[in-house]
Design a protein around this ligand. Structure first.
Ligand code: ATP
Ligand code: MG
Length: 394
């Protein structure tokens, strides 16, 4: 008997309340096969005892039917109680990282990666231990922006050491795949990739991990929110009205995923002409403050369109490091200070926790059912978006 026999058998075991099987979800780990004896670990996201029992029963049965005689199915489930050093509830697969910040936007190209890079550097300059995770697995830009695009992470056993630049630890899909390679991801693969970025990278004991998200409000955002308790969400937007609509989508996503919202960064807010030093209004300006108010949060910074920002991104010389005393450099510093104050408030008031977005459903109740109770909904995701469970969100 082989590992493949085990996986083939377990593909018949559906995760309770969902439409996908436990292999597709990536829950089956540490398989050991010796003749007709098998041992394995199911690394699940639910802490409900009913889910555990049902999974052990169904997995054992599927393996027996496949011809295994001695079967050991172990379960690794998150503890229902608090497990972090700081104030959180729910699941945390990277407990040595004290705080997680999700940098998001309703649409692409508004400057999430630029913001993530510069805020990470600004926080590191303020003495914090900072990591920067490029969770944009489709279009990883962080290695180039941080000037580490020619470096590969060192392997240590089955784990990877993060790269380091400007006082910040960095990991990106771009650092482990070939440049320009097209990656096609299914929802379950996104979940697995994000979990591996948190679990299988040897991050230091970080004060904060800044996470640069892919655009939109989809599988990656949900998977991340289920894997670790996000301490703070930042929405990046540009000032046009249409962008603000997208920004509202991102802010609504934070609400639905129980992510405390630190605020909005209005990027490309006016243009500073490098030769004449005057400011022109290209996409509009100062439109985000009203949206911030609408969501009871704040405008953390307005960052102008500035060639030095784009050049900094293209050449791996971020403005927060190379021109910290420029007006824009100072604004990133201010945004970092506000972010840290917010993080401290969230921790002091116990506001971070992802227990409410775990895919826990009572056994036998379909997570896809709209008729079920609120508890049967797999997770809260933005309207009209996939929630990554394979059955849509309601
Ligand atoms: N304030 C700014 N001034 C000038 N150029 C900027 C500014 N902000 C971002 N850029 C440039 O705009 C481009 C898009 O920015 P960035 O990659 O940060 O956006 P993004 O939201 O992460 O995009 P994606 O959704 O594709 O991940 C980059 O070339 C970046 O250097
Ligand atoms: Mg980006």
């Amino acid at each position: 008997m082989t590992e493949q026999n085990v996986l083939d058998a377990l593909k018949n075991v559906i995760y309770p309340g969902f439409t996908k099987d436990i292999v597709t979800f990536g829950f089956v780990k540490d398989i050991v096969v010796k003749n007709t004896t098998v041992g394995l670990m199911l690394d699940i996201t639910s802490s409900a005892a009913e889910v555990e029992n049902e999974l052990i029963g169904n997995a054992t049965k599927a393996l027996e039917e496949a011809g295994f005689e001695e079967i050991h199915v172990n379960i690794n489930a998150p503890q229902a109680s608090r497990q972090m050093s700081n104030s959180v509830s729910g699941k945390n697969i990277a407990p040595h990282i004290k705080n997680f910040v999700m940098v998001s936007s309703g649409k692409g190209g508004v400057g999430k990666s630029t913001t993530s890079v510069n805020i990470a550097i600004a926080l590191a300059k303020q003495g914090k231990k900072v990591g920067l995770l490029d969770a944009d697995i489709y279009g990883p830009n962080i290695p180039r922006m941080m000037g580490v695009d020619d470096k590969k992470p060192e392997v240590q056993g089955s784990k990877l050491l993060p790269l380091k630049a400007y006082g910040v630890e960095i990991m990106s899909m771009g650092s482990i795949t070939e440049e320009g390679e097209a990656l096609i991801w299914r929802g379950s693969m996104i979940m697995k990739a994000i979990e591996q970025f948190l679990r299988d990278i040897i991050w230091s004991e970080l004060d904060v991990l800044i996470i640069d998200m892919p655009p939109g409000t989809g599988d990656a955002q949900l998977s991340l929110a289920q894997a670790v308790p996000i301490t703070a969400g930042i929405t990046v937007t540009t000032p046009q009205e249409v962008s603000l609509d997208d920004s509202r989508r991102s802010l609504n996503m934070f609400k639905k995923l129980d992510i405390p919202t630190a605020g909005i960064i209005e990027n490309m807010s006016g243009f500073i002409c490098p030769s004449c030093d005057t400011k022109s209004d290209i996409f509009g300006m100062d439109t985000s403050a009203a949206v911030a108010k609408e969501f009871d949060t704040e405008l953390m910074a307005s960052i102008p369109i500035e060639p030095a920002i784009r050049i900094g991104g293209d050449t791996g010389l971020p403005i927060a490091y190379h021109k910290p005393d420029s007006e824009t450099g100072r604004r990133y510093q201010e945004a970092a200070t506000k972010l840290w104050e917010f993080i401290e408030k969230v921790n002091a008031e116990d506001l971070a926790g992802n227990a409410g977005v775990q895919p826990t459903t009572p056994p036998g109740v379909s997570a896809c059912s709209t008729g079920g109770s609120a508890a049967a909904v797999p997770a809260k995701a933005a309207e009209g978006e996939s929630c990554g469970t394979g059955c849509g969100c309601h």
